[in-house]
Design a protein around this ligand. Sequence first.
Ligand code: B12
Ligand code: SF4
Length: 453
Amino acid sequence: MKRKIMLIAPYFREGLNGFPLGLAYIAGALRENYDVSVLDLTARTPAGRDHNEILLEELNKFKPDLVGITSTSPTHRNALDVARTVKQFSNITVIKGGPHETNCAETTLRNNPEIDYSVVGEGEETIVELVDAIFRWQSIKGIIGVAYRENGEIVNNGGRKLISDLDKLPVPARDLFYLNEGLDEYYSAKLFGGKKSTSVMTSRGCPYSCSFCSSKKNWGGIRQRSVENVVNELKELYEQGFRGFMFEDDMSLANKKWFLELAKQIKQNNLNIEYSLQTRVDAVDKDVAKTLSESGCKFIYFGIESGVQEILDKCGKGIKIEQAKNAFETIRKYGIRSMASVQFGLPGEDLENFSTVRKTIFVLNEILRPDEVAVSYTCLYPGSPLATQEGVTPEMYEQYVKTKADNEIYSKTAHGSNSVHPKSLTPEKIRIIESVLDSELKTRFDVNKFYKT
Ligand code: B12
Ligand code: SF4
């Protein structure tokens, strides 16, 4: 009989929710040799029920031999809650992975006895080697990408080389997530008019180095799957009834030629789909917009960050407001809807008179005129250059999360209450910015328009 592994995404209601693709890749890597069950607690907890009760019910039903938990930094605390419940249920081995562990593995192990192993970075190869060794009672010593405790000491086996050929990745085990009734609908973005949809990654990483972002550190630049490999995945999903695709790459148009070839093949293969992507404004021109639109692109998400050029220059974004203006105008002409994502609190933000906040609002309302504006407040996630610059260490993050800044306004911001903000961005300042936004910003993203949460 195969050993049983349960993979869990913690409950997170404060920010955005979506399909946990990273965990689906891990499930895909494990399912060949193990009996894998997945539990996305946000998706699986009905209104009025307690997520911890759902967790216990599922643990009781499946009785796993081992549990894997994913987390970003904002969900780190929630993931620890899951681990504690698992340990109370039974003394099962708990492995934690995801973007938070990639940057904070040793700190997690030092502070949280409920985590037995932490997987650093890309997990597909590491998890298979790790669980094989655990179930065979073999040593973990040589398994790269794992941190663990030995005789009370933390051992970190170091980071694994990134997978060079992404075509060799396992197929994400989406089917396991969609097994439960209603989840088709839950994971389908409203963006595609209720069509069955899912997320896909065509690449890993980003060639740019914005100071607030940890992409470069986590993924070390960009790697791309082959167009053929992606088209095959789309074809399979198409046969399963999927018609909407969210390309969740950090920067879908990092290699424009590659994406234009994908667009061409989507048409040649008669894939009558709709899709969205995320990119930088400097990658969009008339020809790109035309090709994207003709192959089903309905929505583009742009990281704009700020309407103030000096702030953009300071954070190393490397874009000009003029480029942003052109990008929004161009895609509008081709019927593609747009989202501008901005954040308040980057170095250079005027937190005394809020002049830069008003400037950004002006640029959004009058110059860029996106269909949606997603607002967030600068977060200092370990791994980003800005976090290092502001003195945010993994240990400090851990302690902050432990004391939980139970501040109502933080929990209302998109990243939730478990995110560390720059010291100058106090709850009071956020409250003022929120009131300026309420009275001056013409359109603001409403999460319920996109995901059924
Ligand atoms: C798509 C996406 C979303 C989607 C879907 C999220 C989801 N549930 O997967 C939406 C829009 C909903 C979203 C929401 C949020 N996101 Co987001 N998102 C992304 C994005 C662009 C891609 C995620 C992805 O699929 N990656 C591909 C997979 C393969 O990578 P992965 O998830 O990291 O998984 C690999 C490893 O981490 C590891 N691993 C992961 N889990 C596990 C578990 C185990 C047991 C093991 C062994 C290994 C392992 O193995 C995986 C395969 O190699 C990333 C950036 C990026 N490039 O990763 C940001 C990113 C993950 N998001 C981020 C943030 C901050 C958020 C939000 C807080 C935003 C908000 N305002 O609400 C929320 C938090 C949501 C949550 N539940 O944690 C940050 C996290 C930073 C950090 N240090 O934690 C990232 C890294 C962006 C960035 N560069 O800053 N996000
Ligand atoms: S913010 Fe976007 S463009 Fe900048 S490094 Fe991160 S993923 Fe790349």
